[in-house]
Design a protein around this ligand. Structure first.
Ligand code: SF4
Ligand code: SF4
Length: 450
């Protein structure tokens, strides 16, 4: 008879008269009443006892959800295989291209310099040729546009996407594209071309309702940005058929109480093509230390719960929300050797936060990418499965080793805040999934009526 043990990644908590089971590895989420929970508790305490029929059925459910696993099943090894498959998957390739380091805005906390190069014609050609050649040997190619503000170089975006789309059609390679923009330059003229350029996802950052957004994200040289950006978002949905918008809402001590107002203002947008997530204002630079300290003080010990309340609010209003940590079996896309960030001079950088001069570890040339092997190996060296802390950590199945930039550049493990708020994280996850399920049920009902 097979012998069983408890998974190391069960998180169990009460929610009113129910008990919720979340398994961080299988991502199973189940709810039971308290009477059933008491029986489950007995089974989990002695999983290998001879159980009566009723208990045996419950035990099978626990096995199915991965809450109980075979005694010889090695969860760490299983996670490692998942992680390595993603990190070293060579069937696809994802490029993030920064066509310029310049920006039309002057966000008060931005870590980028706003100065610096933009991509010239020669580099544009080299990059376009390189990606088109790569299309031959890949099943899937993605191009994400990033900056500075990439829409300042829309011609470059258009040129590269058109050329690569053509190559992908020739080689039957799947192509997709996305952009991170501040939205101010997302005019009707440009938006109309997004379907053709296959830019399916647009990420825009909001810093609160108008009064805060205008204060945090003014135009270079001064001037408000919220109204134009918001108008552009509204028009965007009418001018494109398939593209979706992801809104990243930056939260800080100043705008904290105004975030509900922002979520209310978003209600006029089509919810089926929009998703939202909330993040603390990101502090990447050395020069913004005062702001950094203010944000850290404000976040305090229950930082995660402070942010979670906006997820609860937005989900209840019917918005699709998402928790970035739940995406793939990696921590961030720059864990993958197939995620390549190209700067305006054709430099290859390790990640979008490590784009300062001196951090580049490669260059796109007419012969492909030439890497500085020492820097390259250093970037990919950290491995959660050789790190005793990570191997012991309950968040490992969702974190997979944390921010690489933190460990490479400061030697400190880049644990996300979910680590210190594991139950809150599991609660929020359960809640957003539950809301999603209920919304789908409502939509299905509406369809029946139609
Ligand atoms: S939370 Fe920290 S310790 Fe845990 S897996 Fe992530 S990086 Fe490692
Ligand atoms: S490595 Fe860290 S800093 Fe760089 S993009 Fe990933 S999570 Fe962000």
């Amino acid at each position: 008879m097979l012998r069983y043990k408890n998974s190391n990644y069960n998180v169990i908590f009460e929610d009113g008269d129910k008990v919720v089971f979340v398994n961080l590895l299988t991502e199973a989420i189940a709810t039971v009443n308290k009477e059933k929970y008491n029986k489950i508790k007995e089974i989990m305490e002695s999983p290998n006892k001879e159980w009566s029929r009723e208990y045996a059925d419950l035990k099978n459910d626990l096995i199915y959800g991965g809450y109980l696993i075979e005694e010889n099943f090695d969860e760490i090894q299983h996670l490692k295989a998942m992680n390595y498959r993603s990190r070293y998957d060579a069937s696809f390739i994802s490029f993030t291209i920064m066509p310029t380091m310049r920006c039309n805005l002057d966000c008060i906390y931005c870590y980028e310099t706003h100065e610096g190069p933009t991509m010239d014609e020669k580099t544009t050609e080299t990059v376009a040729n390189y990606i088109s050649t790569v299309a031959k040997s890949k099943r899937r190619i993605h191009i994400g546009w990033f900056g500075g503000e990439p829409l300042l170089k829309f011609d470059t975006m258009k040129y590269i996407n058109e050329k690569v789309i053509k190559a992908c059609e020739e080689y039957k390679t799947n192509f997709s594209s996305s952009i991170s923009t501040n939205g101010y330059l997302l005019s009707a003229e440009k938006a109309k071309l997004f379907d053709e350029l296959m830019i399916r996802n647009v990420q825009i950052t909001l810093d609160g309702p108008k009064e805060y957004h205008d204060k945090y994200r003014p135009l270079k040289g001064g001037g408000p940005t919220y109204d134009i950006m918001f108008e552009n978002i509204k028009n965007f949905f009418e001018l494109t058929k398939e593209s979706r918008i992801t809104l990243r809402v930056n939260v800080g001590p100043d705008n904290y109480d105004a975030i509900y107002k922002l979520v209310d203002a978003l209600e006029i947008l089509p919810k089926d093509r929009l998703r939202i997530y909330f993040r603390w204002i990101f502090q990447g630079g050395e020069t913004e230390k005062e702001i950094h300290r203010e944000v850290m003080n404000f976040r305090g010990e229950n930082s995660y719960e402070k942010l979670a309340k906006f997820y609860y609010y937005a989900s209840q209003k019917g918005f699709e929300t998402f928790l970035p940590i739940l995406s793939n079996p990696i921590y961030c896309e720059y864990d993958c050797e197939s995620s390549i960030l190209i700067g305006p001079k054709g430099e290859v950088f390790p990640c979008t936060v490590a784009v300062n001069e001196g951090n580049e570890f490669g260059k796109v040339t007419n012969n492909g990418i030439e890497y500085d092997k020492t820097k390259y190996l250093l970037w990919y060296k950290h491995d959660a499965f050789q790190d005793e802390e990570c191997k012991k950590c309950e968040l490992l199945p969702q974190c997979f080793g944390g921010c690489r930039n933190a460990i490479v550049n400061s030697g400190v493990r880049g644990c996300p805040e979910e680590k210190t708020a594991l139950e809150s994280f599991a609660r929020l996850w359960y809640f957003t999934k539950d809301m999603e399920r209920k919304l789908k049920a409502v939509k299905k009902d509406e369809n029946i009526k139609v």
